[in-house]
Design a protein around this ligand. Structure first.
Ligand code: ADP
Ligand code: MG
Length: 261
């Protein structure tokens, strides 16, 4: 008798997007979206071993905005790639959105990812020969039997949400970096995934565009999406619900923050 908890089957949801995040209005029972235990990713063996992350324990609650900070090489991208299901850990367990993904094989993982995670990259990862709307539609191609017409409609709606409805037919090269990243965000949100993982999404942008992109990403949390946001920018990290600080492949500290906006 499951009613498909929280997952809209026709995409007609989230009309209730509140203007502010009000944690107290949420149910007392907090749903865990990410549960990492002793998560480790090492490349190579013995003296040649390269440690990505080691012994990471992390819980992320549904609807949270978590910033991951730390110096270059501290394991931020490694952790992000594991949580997003782009990579498998060497050991440890990882449950994301209710599914244990740490041992999942590549094909299954890709299918799982398509329905559960939106990923935003520093360098946008848009296909240069496709228009904005076509790039967004690509996210719906994987493992979905949505009609072409419906895909177009959903992609245009996602572009609308990032303020790019008038740029739908432009190629990436015809857009600014900030606009391209907003296309990247539309591509990550169009599948209505529970989780967005963004690896330095503002890294290639100037401050104003970076801030706009950050606002868009954190705004998603108001509609219940969980956002993991890797950044070098301590100002941006300061606006997250929690800051996970990494060093040498380990979590050094986790700081809870009051969200003031
Ligand atoms: P950050 O994103 O914090 O800069 P990364 O997660 O990219 O750090 O890298 C953490 C460590 O893992 C680094 O020492 C890096 O060299 C190593 N590493 C990352 N990816 C690989 C890989 N594919 N092969 C070998 N070592 C890697
Ligand atoms: Mg990185």
């Amino acid at each position: 008798m499951s009613s498909g908890e929280g997952i809209p089957d026709d995409g007609v949801m989230s009309a209730t997007s509140a203007l502010t995040r009000v944690p107290t209005a949420q149910p007392a029972l907090e749903t865990s979206l990410v549960e990492a235990r002793d998560l480790t990713r090492i490349w190579g063996k013995g003296d040649a071993a390269q440690i990505g992350i080691e012994g990471v324990d992390l819980d992320i609650t549904a609807g949270e905005v978590v910033a991951v900070i730390g110096p270059s090489g501290s394991g931020k991208s490694t952790l992000g790639a594991l949580i997003a299901g782009i990579d498998n850990p060497t050991s440890g367990s990882l449950i994301v959105a209710g599914t244990r993904i740490d041992r999942m094989k590549t094909d299954k993982l890709a299918a799982w990812r398509g329905g559960n995670v939106g990923i935003v990259f520093q360098d946008f990862h848009l296909l240069p020969t496709l228009t904005a709307v076509e790039n967004v539609e690509l996210a719906l191609d994987l493992g979905s039997d949505v009609s072409r017409r419906r895909r177009r409609k959903m992609a245009l709606a996602a572009l609308d949400q990032v303020g790019l409805q008038h740029h739908a037919r432009k190629l990436p090269a015809q857009m600014s970096g900030g606009e391209q990243q907003r296309v990247g965000i539309a591509r990550a949100t169009v599948t209505e995934s529970a989780l967005i993982v963004a690896d330095e999404p503002t890294g290639a942008l100037d401050q104003a565009n970076g801030h706009a992109v950050f606002e868009l990403l954190t705004g998603l949390a108001r509609t219940g999406t969980t956002v993991v946001f890797i950044t070098h920018d301590l100002n941006l990290a300061g606006a997250a619900d929690r800051v996970v600080s990494m060093i040498d492949g380990r979590i050094e500290s986790v700081t809870h923050q009051e969200v003031t906006s």
